[in-house]
Design a protein around this ligand. Sequence first.
Ligand SMILES: [Mg+2]
Length: 144
Amino acid sequence: MSYIIAVDFDGTLCRNQYPEIGEPNNALIEYLKMRQQKMGHKLILWTCRVGDRLEQAVDWCQDRGLIFDAVNQNLPEIVESFGGDCRKVFAHEYIDDRNSGMGNSLIRCVCDSSKSDTFDLKLNEYERMIVISAMLEILTHPPA
Ligand SMILES: [Mg+2]
C-alpha cells in the first residue's frame, strides 16, 4: 500500500480567506512536492470546497506544481482493499489547520468564538469547568 497524505486547503495550503484563496504556504507546498516526488508518497486534497471553488483550488495548486493523486476521494488501491469507497478518506497522515491536538482543540472550543465558522459551545460556568477538568485530565494522564 502506498503511503498516503491527506491535506486540507484553506488555512493549510494557503491562508484562510475562503471563499477567496489566501497567500500560499510555500513551505508546505514544497515539502509535499518533495514527499511525493522523492519519496513516492501519494497526496490527496481533502477540503470542504466543492464545485467551482474546488476547481479553483486544484488549479491554484497545479500552477504551483502540486498535483494531487486524488481530490476528496480515496485512491483506487484503497477502494479495492476496503471493498468499497468509504466516506472517510483514508490516509496515514492528515495535515489540517484544525488538527492541533486534543488539548488545543478543547481550548479552541472553549475560548475561540472569534471565527465565524467556529462552533460556539455557549457553555455556562459549570459546563466550562467540566470541559477544563476533562482537558486537564487528558493533558495530565494522556491515553497510552
Ligand atoms: Mg482548513
